[in-house]
Design a protein around this ligand. Sequence first.
Ligand code: PDD
Length: 281
Amino acid sequence: RTVYVNGDYLPETEAKVSIFDRAFLMADGVYEVTSVLGGKLIDFDGHIKRLERSLNELDMPKPEAFDDLLDIHRKLVEINEIDEGMIYLQVTRGAASDRDFVFPDPEEVKPTVVLFTQNKPGLADSPAAKTGIKVISIEDVRWGRRDIKTTQLLYPSMGKMMAKKAGCDDAWMVEDGFVTEGTSNNAYFIKGNKIVTRALSTDILHGITRAAVLRFAREAQMEVEERNFTIEEAQGADEAFITSASTFVMPVVEIDGKAIGEGVPGTRAARLREIYLDESR
Ligand code: PDD
């Protein structure tokens, strides 16, 4: 696989970043995951806008290559012949000359930019979308700026491991009794004709897929309510689902061992997935 590092396209085995890179030492980096369907980038503009926002919120300098990111994405898709899959983009504050908590001078230390592709044939036609996934709930102990897409993913990784140990696929995080989001996705339930999901704030990532799906839902005459909800309320719903760039709309059929509706993917979530895939391709 060919990857991109700071202006160079290289075989992945030859790509290098410094051990002093601040993302390696301090998780001082931000990232985006953009999906590819039929060789086409999905929601690219949304991902780039959010990247810009993440950089701003962390006072991280914009990399020189910022305006070339679309071309770089396209080139990697082409070189690696990606039909269905993902592109991972990471920007870090760069490699200072030593380990120091204080940010380096942006005149001296330039951001590190890394991109690589992940080939995922069958991503759109995923078997999991037909069976639905099972989630557990865990306490949300992440930091308070979850709206910034940083590379601090240790707790989400631990959450996925807790789910796996419990024989489930993922975890929904709960803070002060209310669901925030999934470990790497936004969380929803459907009751009647109404979709409920947590409102945007610093408590959750402002999902690019979330924005698109809520727009399509409204266009399809579904009601959308952005508010706090509990695990119990979601367990009593007709349907539940998650959204992210890597899962699109994925039905949730069980929460903490309790079946949602009939315990099979609901018709509305399936329809939203269909609309999302149709509109994106
Ligand atoms: N995760 N919430 C969290 C905590 C996330 O990490 C993500 C994305 C989302 C969904 O955002 P979007 O629809 O823009 O992908 C919500 C990516 C896919 C990941 O970490 O792999």
